[in-house]
Ligand binder design. Structure first.
Ligand SMILES: [Zn+2]
Length: 299
């Protein structure tokens, strides 16, 4: 039986600091970051359609269709777009959250093992040390699918940021999905609670699981990176984790702006403390308290 492909998977909600973590992990010589692999199906579906959305830029600066890394991958991955699972509609997400282990939301557009195996082969062409792929898709649905794939060995990272910061950031985003300002508070709150609950349930008893509180990570990333290092043997710079991210050449699917302008220091974003109206702040603080205690303050 061929060796399993090792994947470091970052799970959590949007706006939880996954991009930064992905960049730090991807700067280790033994790890190669792919960004948010969950957008691969959409990209392949739109390939050739002359839709040059910024999202379909690779972080190497080229359009994905012109990037040598992704060209290599695409040649090796059979693709047959299945629209039924392209969007995780609200109903399927709710069903998934209630029964994460049973509900079947499968990726039928391509084979995950085939994609990862093509990616690792393509990555090794420029760096033979690569042993791990980093996938920062965040989605619990994708996490469930790849955990069930026996040809993959998953090292899941459960990344949780203070929910009030996530809500504030989502409600202020320019993303159309979140632009209806008034209704967003409740939606963002539920999204935070249920996404994290389903990840927590999926990873219960998982021996490879690493939990990261974003707030604690910003204060001192060392103990968290040390845990990842001892579990995976990837060479992370514990004292200065940002040192190599500027010099790492990456081919990420999601053209997140911070990847084009890497940060020089790790800073906590606590704008919610003065931007979130007091009533919403109070409500979120109350509802989220038990979860914060468990996932963010790590008591
Ligand atoms: Zn590229």
């Amino acid at each position: 039986m061929p060796e399993k492909i090792k994947i470091i998977y970052i799970a959590g909600t949007s706006r939880s600091g996954s991009t930064l973590l992905d960049m730090i992990l991807g700067s280790a010589p033994e790890a190669f970051s792919l960004g948010e692999v969950s957008s691969y199906a959409n990209y392949r579906a739109k390939q050739g359609a002359k839709i040059k959305k910024p999202n379909y830029h690779c972080t190497c600066g080229k359009f994905l269709d012109e990037c040598i890394f992704w060209k290599n991958v695409n040649e090796r991955v059979a693709f047959n777009y299945d629209e039924s699972n392209s969007a995780h509609n609200n109903f399927s997400l709710l069903k998934f959250i209630l029964t994460p282990k049973q509900s079947k939301i499968k990726n039928r557009s391509y084979d995950d093992y085939e994609l990862y195996s093509a990616a690792i082969a393509s990555a090794k062409e420029s760096n033979s040390k690569v042993e791990y792929l980093v996938d920062s898709s965040k989605s619990p649905i994708r996490l469930r699918n790849i955990l069930n794939n026996t040809r993959l060995e998953i090292f899941p990272i459960f990344l949780v940021r203070d929910g009030r910061g996530v809500i504030n950031s989502l409600c202020r985003s320019s993303n159309k999905k979140w632009s209806l300002k008034n209704n967003n508070f409740g939606r963002a709150l539920l999204l935070w609670v249920f996404t994290n609950l389903s990840i927590s349930r999926l990873l219960k008893n998982n021996p490879h699981r690493i939990h990261i509180s974003y707030e604690k990570f910003c204060r001192d990333p060392k103990p968290f990176l040390n845990k990842i290092k001892s579990l995976t043997n990837i060479n992370l710079n514990l004292d200065n984790p940002l040192q190599t991210i500027n010099t790492t050449f990456r081919h990420n699917l999601d053209g997140n702006v911070i990847k084009l302008n890497p940060p020089t220091e790790i800073t906590k974003d606590e704008k919610w403390k003065h931007e979130l109206p007091w009533a919403k702040r109070l409500l979120a603080t109350t509802i989220m308290y038990p979860f914060h205690k468990k996932w963010v303050y790590l008591k």
